[in-house]
Write a new protein. Structure first.
Length: 124
């Protein structure tokens, strides 16, 4: 008699180990943009970090296709992509949509940022 054991990965899939939150306002705005932008059809919402800004790094947001080694998260029926390099600096962050006297845009509350700039668009 043979027994078949279920395959259990030695480590959890990357997406299970990575956490990123979107507020209800951010989710609503992503859905709004996706509905109004023809180029977003069938694509996921990508959150990323790139060099630049007055504090060294800045956040970026776009609609994109998944790439190998992306973390793929499902947040309120939205597919969210984060590349592995950005994930290191975005672990545990929360993306929000803010509208104030400076304008409107996505804002990131990032527990990994050691300092930021006054505009809230870049961090170090």
């Amino acid at each position: 008699m043979s027994t078949t054991l279920p395959h259990t990965p030695a480590t959890p899939p990357a997406s299970e180990a990575f956490a990123l939150q979107l507020t209800d306002r951010a989710v609503d705005k992503v859905k709004d943009f996706a509905a109004k932008m023809p180029d977003a059809a069938g694509k996921s919402f990508r959150v990323f970090i790139q060099g630049g800004g007055c504090s060294g790094f800045q956040y970026g947001f776009t609609f994109d296709e998944p790439k190998p080694n992306d973390h793929v998260l499902s947040v309120a029926d939205i597919s969210v992509l984060v590349d592995r390099t950005s994930a290191v600096k975005l672990q545990g962050a929360t993306v929000d949509w803010i509208e104030d006297f400076r304008g409107a845009g996505f804002s990131v509350d990032n527990p990994n940022a050691t300092h930021g700039c006054g505009c809230g668009k870049s961090f170090g």
